[in-house]
Design a protein around this ligand. Structure first.
Ligand SMILES: C[S@@+](CC[C@H](N)C(=O)[O-])C[C@H]1O[C@@H](n2cnc3c(N)ncnc32)[C@H](O)[C@@H]1O
Length: 250
């Protein structure tokens, strides 16, 4: 990364945090379905550039912990039905959606990074998979009127500056009785190394906004948003990643 790109990226992260906080005071359950504000849209567009720059490397990088990844896939598949229409949010380069596509009717897979989606679409063409649709879209654009049998989020929730608002939107996107399946990196109370390194990396534009949260806090927030927990476990351990399968009850 060139030195000239460091300062704007750091500003992006700060904007992402402050706009999230400001919006939180104004948002309620009912108005979360409204389109995102122009300020939030601008923040998201800038934040997505971080992932645009990373996309090619991300696609080439081997899975961190293959055993844990396989376990997550197996536990996710155990909850899917061939009739399901699934939404993956923050799908990155689409690997997981393409793997899961055999187990559901259709997957709509979204990511706000244009580069990530372009790579995902190329992989889909090579695979010849015809029941996955990739689209560039932010979690903040989830419309409340479109619902899915399953919403899936892998390594995403800890990256959302406005997690509470996102969970309202996610709840509205799941059919009553449907599932929200997530796997979230939990950096809070893990290691002094993360506490020091992540803010430093953000400062030099090498890390995105990261919400330090524990697995128990993630579970609690999901429950507070109208879900019951069906299954929860730590699948990766360095750092801990909390896998949660939750059913919409409200
Ligand atoms: C750590 S990657 C995970 C990618 C993929 N889900 C996986 O497990 O490999 C996080 C992804 O979330 C996307 N992302 C982050 N914030 C987002 C948002 N608000 N809306 C949509 N995508 C987002 C990023 O562009 C990136 O591709």
């Amino acid at each position: 990364m060139t030195h000239s790109s460091v300062t704007p990226l750091d500003q992006d992260v700060k904007q992402a945090i402050s706009s999230g906080d400001n919006d939180m005071t104004a948002l309620t359950l009912n108005n979360a379905s409204h389109p995102q504000t122009p300020e939030k849209k601008a923040t998201n567009e800038k934040a997505s550039k971080f992932w645009d720059k990373l996309a090619a490397k991300y696609a080439a990088r081997p899975v961190d912990d293959p055993e844990a990844y396989e376990h997550t896939l197996a536990r996710t598949k155990a909850h899917l039905k061939p009739s399901d229409h699934m939404l993956e949010i923050g799908c990155g380069t689409g690997t997981t959606s393409l793997i899961l596509s055999d187990h559901v009717r259709h997957i709509t897979a979204q990511d706000y990074s244009r580069e990530m989606i372009d790579i995902a679409e190329k992989k889909r063409e090579v695979d010849g998979t015809n029941n996955v649709t990739f689209a560039q879209s932010s979690v903040d654009d989830l419309p409340s009127f479109e619902t899915y049998d399953v919403v899936f989020a892998s390594s995403l929730l800890h990256l959302l500056p406005d997690l509470d608002d996102a969970l309202v939107r996610i709840q509205q996107s799941v059919e009553p009785g449907g599932l929200f399946i997530s796997k979230t990196v939990c950096l809070k109370n893990q290691s002094l190394l993360y506490d020091i390194m992540v803010p430093l990396m953000r400062l030099v534009g090498k890390a995105p906004y990261v919400n330090f949260i524990t697995g128990d806090e993630i579970e609690e927030k999901i429950k507070q948003n109208g879900f019951e927990i069906l299954e929860a476990d730590d699948h990766n351990h360095k750092p801990a990643c909390r896998f949660v399968v939750a059913r919409r009850i409200a």
